[in-house]
Ligand binder design. Structure first.
Ligand code: NAP
Length: 245
C-alpha cells in the first residue's frame, strides 16, 4: 500500500521535550505537519519548532495543560472553527511523582492520574468524531511498562498508565469499523528529563538488555503506527522495554 502524498496533521501532546519532541521530529520527517502541544516551557517548544522548520517540515505550537479541561476545549474548538483536521493524535504528555505508597500524597496521586486519564479524555474526545467522519485516524497513547507489570514507588503512575491502556483497548473496539486505529506504546526506561535522579545503574540490572531505550526508538514506532502500514493493528499495547514486560 502506498503512503498518501500529503500526510495528515499530527497533534502531539507534551511535544516540547524528551519523547514527545522526538515524536514531533520523526512525524515531521515522515511528512506530517505538526501541532506541537506543551504546557510551560516556551523556549523548548520554540526550539523543536525551529528544528523541524529548518529541516523543511511544518510545525505550529499549541500551548495548553492537557488536564485543564476548559483550556483544552477552547484550543480544540478554535482548531475546529478554522477547519483544521487532526488525523493523527499522539497522547504523550505525562509526569511521574514517585513515592512509596504508604507515604504517597493525595497531590501525587491526583496530579499523575488526572494528567494521564483526564488529559486523554479532554484531548481525545473532541477529536475522535471528526476522525470517524473521515473514516481514517490514528490515536497513539504513550503509556509505560509500569502500567503493564507495575513498578514499586509508582502506584499512581502504574495505575494511570494501566488505565490509559484500558482506555486504548476499549476505544479501539468502538472505532475499529470506521478506519480509526487506537494503540498504546509502553516504553521502559528512556533517557529523558523525566528519569531525573532515578538510580539508573540499579534499574538497569533488572532490564534484560542492560540499557535504556532512546527517544528515537520510541518515535520510530509512533511513526510506523501512524502510517498506512499499521492499518490492521489496533487495540494493542506494544511494550518497548529492552526485554521487560
Ligand atoms: P519529559 O521529558 O518530562 O517531557 C514531558 C513533556 O510533557 C514536556 O513537553 C512537557 O511540557 C509536557 N507536559 C507535562 N505536563 C503537561 C501537561 N499537563 N499538559 C501538556 N503538556 C505537558 O517526559 P518524557 O520522558 O519525554 O515522557 C513522555 C511520555 O513518555 C510520558 O507520558 C511518560 O509517562 C512516558 N514514558 C516515559 C518514560 C521514560 O523513561 N522517560 C518511560 C515510559 C513512559 P512542558 O515542559 O512545557 O511542561
Amino acid at each position: 500500500m502506498t503512503e498518501p502524498t500529503s500526510l495528515p496533521l499530527a497533534l502531539v501532546t507534551g511535544g516540547s521535550r524528551g519523547i514527545g519532541a522526538a515524536i514531533c521530529r520523526e512525524l515531521a520527517a515522515a511528512g506530517h505537519p505538526i501541532l506541537l502541544n506543551y504546557r510551560s516551557q516556551d523556549a523548548a517548544a520554540e526550539a523543536v519548532k525551529a528544528e523541524i522548520e529548518a529541516a523543511g517540515g511544518s510545525c505550529r505550537l499549541l500551548k495548553f495543560d492537557v488536564a485543564d479541561r476548559p483550556a483544552v476545549l477552547a484550543a480544540l474548538a478554535e482548531l475546529e472553527r478554522e477547519g483544521t483536521h487532526v488525523g493523527v493524535l499522539v497522547n504523550n504528555a505525562g509526569i511521574a511523582k514517585d513515592e512509596s505508597f504508604p507515604a504517597m500524597s493525595w497531590e501525587a496521586w491526583t496530579s499523575v492520574t488526572r494528567l494521564t486519564l483526564d488529559g486523554f479524555f479532554n484531548v481525545t474526545q473532541p477529536l475522535v468524531m471528526p476522525m470517524v467522519r473521515k473514516r481514517w485516524g490514528r490515536i497513539i497513547n504513550v503509556a509505560s511498562v509500569s502500567g503493564v507489570i507495575g513498578n514499586r514507588g509508582q502506584v499512581n503512575y502504574s495505575a494511570a498508565k494501566a488505565g490509559l491502556i484500558g482506555a486504548t483497548k476499549a476505544l479501539a473496539q468502538e472505532v475499529a469499523k470506521r478506519g480509526v486505529t487506537v494503540n498504546a506504546i509502553a516504553p521502559g526506561l528512556v533517557e529523558t528529563d523525566m528519569i531525573g535522579d532515578a538510580p539508573v545503574d540499579l534499574i538497569l540490572k533488572h532490564i534484560p538488555m542492560r540499557r535504556m531505550g532512546t527517544v528515537d526508538e520510541v518515535a520510530s514506532l509512533v511513526r510506523w503506527l501512524a502510517s498506512e502500514h499499521a492499518g490492521y493493528v489496533t487495540g494493542q499495547a506494544i511494550v518497548m522495554a529492552g526485554g521487560l514486560g
